[in-house]
Write a protein that binds this ligand. Structure first.
Ligand code: NAP
Length: 312
């Protein structure tokens, strides 16, 4: 059976960057893409204006550019989902859900992170029926409706601004009286006449008859409960949750060392505690989760793999 030099798991910015560097190093590798649409989380981001050299773009375009670049250089990918990894031996095995097995000397884990659920009563039942976690995907369903956004970080505030292009009013519900988002992002939101704020507040539960029509919001300082109901003319409102991410470690969570939130621990050269296994991008413990740091991680990991290959 063929033994690859490297298998990259994940096709977001970190995985794509690793693929570009691995291709240039002429490694024998393949990248596993879980989704038919490569690009990772960034493709769901409406606006990216902090990637050097590209003053303003949208996540979809940037993700596609990464993908086209990797493919233009000749990087090969397969669309598949990983079922199990055996990484303790020198030759590692990756079992796929389609029944195939890949053998490789090294692995780069670049699986990113996914949105966190709000964890409130009624949420599961109303997902896709008013409750969403992706403004780029679902904003157009709320043209001229009222929309609420939960969270105070970069995602919540940026996505709230995007939602104002569709909704007639967007209310950010934040558990504190101060946003966490970058100051430049905050300023834009405060200046947007369609955005309102509900400070010191959390959503306790959501309800509705098949569609999101009611929710209870609690003021965490006073304990006061407020019931919010959809305008009868609308029959529903939107609730978008952006309260942070959870690492996409899935099947390898117990195979590599992680922190208490599940993010993979690496050294600055992306080595995990398992020889031959590297982690890059949002899935690893780091202080800044941005496209620019994800692509840097991917490059470093691939170069480390290249250097380790001289041992063979
Ligand atoms: P985040 O920065 O972790 O912010 C999560 C927000 O949700 C915080 O305001 C937090 O409140 C709130 N929150 C957490 N748990 C909650 C709960 N159970 N109930 C209510 N509120 C809760 O997450 P993010 O905004 O998704 O960003 C993730 C990473 O991506 C960050 O590193 C961010 O900088 C990056 N990002 C960057 C950009 C950009 O640069 N353009 C865009 C999007 C994301 P507290 O503030 O009280 O903790």
């Amino acid at each position: 059976m063929k033994i690859y030099d490297l298998v990259i798991i994940g096709s977001g910015p970190a995985g794509m960057s690793a693929a570009i560097y691995a291709q240039r190093a002429m490694l024998d590798f393949v990248m596993i893409e879980k989704e038919y649409m490569p690009g990772g989380q960034v493709v769901q981001t409406y606006e990216v204006d902090n990637y050097p050299g590209i003053p303003k773009t949208n996540g979809m375009d940037l993700g596609l550019k990464f993908s086209e670049h990797a493919k233009e250089l000749g990087a090969k990918s397969i669309t598949a989902e990983v079922k199990e990894i055996y990484a303790d031996e020198e030759i590692k095995e990756i079992m796929l859900k389609n029944g195939d097995t890949l053998k490789t000397r090294t692995i780069i884990l670049a699986t990113g992170a996914v949105h966190q659920n709000l964890g409130i009563e009624g949420e599961e039942k109303l997902k896709g029926m008013g409750v969403s976690y992706c403004a780029t995907c679902d904003a157009n369903f709320f043209e001229d409706f009222e929309v609420y956004v939960v969270g105070g970080g970069d995602s919540a505030v940026e996505e709230a601004m995007y939602l104002t292009k569709f909704a007639r009013k967007v209310t950010i519900i934040h558990r504190r009286a101060e946003l966490r988002a970058a100051k430049s992002i905050q300023e834009k939101a405060f200046a947007n006449p369609k955005i309102a704020f509900l400070w010191d507040s959390v959503v306790e539960e959501v309800g509705g008859d098949g569609l999101l029509q009611t929710m209870t919001v609690k003021n965490v300082k006073t304990g006061e409960l407020t019931k919010i109901e959809a305008d009868p003319k609308d029959g529903l409102f939107g609730l978008f949750g952006f309260i942070g991410m959870i690492p996409n470690t899935g099947v390898f969570a117990d195979k590599v060392e992680t922190d208490d939130k599940g993010y993979i621990k690496t050294d600055e050269d992306m080595h995990t505690n398992v020889p031959g296994v590297y982690a890059a991008g949002d899935v690893r413990v780091k202080s800044l989760r941005q496209v620019v740091t994800a692509v840097a991680d991917g490059a470093i990991a691939a170069v480390q793999v290249e250097r380790s290959m001289s041992d063979y």
